[in-house]
Design a protein around this ligand. Structure first.
Ligand code: ATP
Ligand code: MG
Length: 420
């Protein structure tokens, strides 16, 4: 199976001074990937004829498809159309269909067409125009020795409609594209570098038809495996086999789901099928776990409530943590989180509870308890377990990591309770 390569060129001075963020490239790249086209390079260049010509020379040589956005407007800084006309040895001539489209565009808005806009109906006689339903500049398709060069407007919603309605269907007819499918494995508590070392042999044994992407975010590491070829059923079977191998390698303690699942959804399902209820006592996470849990529709079936026990008085008063524990061990301690978890479980009368207490930072650390020190306890129908973590010195990331780690500990406890 020969791969079809594409490159994307975004044109506009505004992109190079950081005034406009190039979202067009990301959109186009993701849509091309979805249909099995390999995107080789993304290039952003100024509204300058020389840069456009040089970049076209390079990209047409390397790739089968080039997609250009920007610079098609009616103003003098928009020079893409003229440059492409010269580049492909064409002449600008008025196109009757494009003119009708532009006239209709203005009529619908109760406006008269200006000379400047009428000029937009002039297109190179060496291109196939692509109808733009949302604007005045048509897209253009050039064919150079079997290589396809598309020029699209820069305005994102005009570009998107043209890409999806015209460009991709045309490409799919013109090339035989490989089938490309993906699956994503979701893990919690694994770092990118540890994982890369741990699965090194497996990753190296993957054939060239596979691609593995590490997608890290605080607390959660996603690994997306893709495979391309031409037989969808066979690719699906191969992908499932490889995902199973990866899942075993990473371990059930870390792997909580696949594709678009979230940890809070997984927890929700586990609590539902086991007819169990949950309560929380959050100090350092300040309600973030409650937010995650309640972001799942139907959480009222299992979630009873939460105490954001930030001050020591809230821990001793509401959750009945004995004051001498706070005095002797401190609020960030094993003894304190165990009592917090037991206290909230009793208060809300639930089967499970989670308690967190830690030093989120940036201040408040000491030698014995540096910033990032976090204790998490899980109370189950049969007892309470607690674990200490050292998360680091970034407050927001600590809150996220502590919350996801706590939910994962709960997940493992529910599973082990119901295995028995
Ligand atoms: P039009 O015919 O509608 O004027 P155009 O092809 O001339 O389109 P530009 O003038 O280059 O497009 O860009 C129009 C607007 O589209 C810019 O002001 C910018 O906000 C947005 N835009 C252009 N390029 C990009 C890009 N790569 N990513 C995101 N937005 C972009
Ligand atoms: Mg521009």
């Amino acid at each position: 199976m020969t791969l079809v390569y594409a490159e994307i060129i975004t044109i506009g001075d505004e992109l190079l001074i950081g005034q406009v963020v190039d979202t067009n490239s990301a959109f186009i790249a993701s849509e091309l990937n979805r249909v099995g086209i390999s995107v080789r390079k993304l290039l952003s260049i100024p509204d300058k004829a020389n840069d456009i010509i040089d970049t076209l020379d390079e990209t047409i040589q390397r790739s089968n498809i080039v997609i250009i956005t920007g610079g098609l407007g009616p103003t003098s800084d928009d020079i893409t159309k003229l440059t492409l006309t010269n580049y492909f040895n064409g002449r600008l001539i008025e196109d009757a269909t494009v003119l009708r489209d532009i006239e209709a565009f203005f009529r619908m808005r109760g406006m008269l067409i200006s000379e400047r806009n009428r000029k937009q109906a002039e297109i190179p006689d060496v291109c196939k125009p692509l109808r733009n339903k949302n604007g005045t500049a048509p897209g253009m398709l050039f064919n150079k020795d079997g290589k396809l060069i598309f020029s699209l407007p820069g305005v994102p919603f005009e570009m998107k409609a043209l890409l999806l309605d015209e460009v991709i269907p045309f490409i799919q007819k013109h090339f035989i594209l490989p089938v490309k499918i993906h699956s994503t494995i979701l893990t919690v508590g694994l770092s990118e570098s540890y994982t890369a070392d741990h699965i090194k042999d497996w990753e190296e044994s993957l054939g060239p038809e596979y691609g593995l992407a590490y997608l890290p975010s605080p607390g959660v590491l996603r690994l997306r495996l893709s495979i391309s070829g031409d037989n969808t059923d066979q690719l699906n079977r191969q992908l499932i086999d490889k995902m199973n191998e990866l899942s075993v390698l990473l371990g059930a303690n870390h792997v909580f789901g696949f594709d678009d699942e979230t940890l809070q959804q997984v927890i929700g399902n586990l609590l539902k099928v086991t007819h169990s209820s949950l309560s929380l006592a959050e100090s350092c996470t300040g309600g973030y776990i409650a937010h995650l849990v309640t972001s799942v529709p139907g959480a009222s079936e299992y979630f009873k409530g939460s105490v954001t026990a930030y001050a020591n008085e809230a821990k001793t008063g509401i959750l009945k943590v004995p004051p001498d524990i706070i005095e002797n061990d401190g609020a960030v301690s094993e003894a304190a989180v165990i009592k917090m978890a037991a206290g909230t479980k009793e208060l809300f009368n639930t089967d499970y509870s989670i308690a967190t207490s830690g030093i989120a930072g940036p201040g408040g650390g000491s030698e014995a308890k540096p910033v990032g020190t976090t204790w998490i306890a899980i109370a189950t129908p049969v007892g309470v377990t607690a674990q200490k973590f050292l998360f680091g010195d970034h407050r927001e990331r600590n809150i996220t990591r502590a919350s996801l780690t706590a939910l994962n500990m709960l997940r493992l406890q529910i599973i082990s309770q119901h295995k028995k």
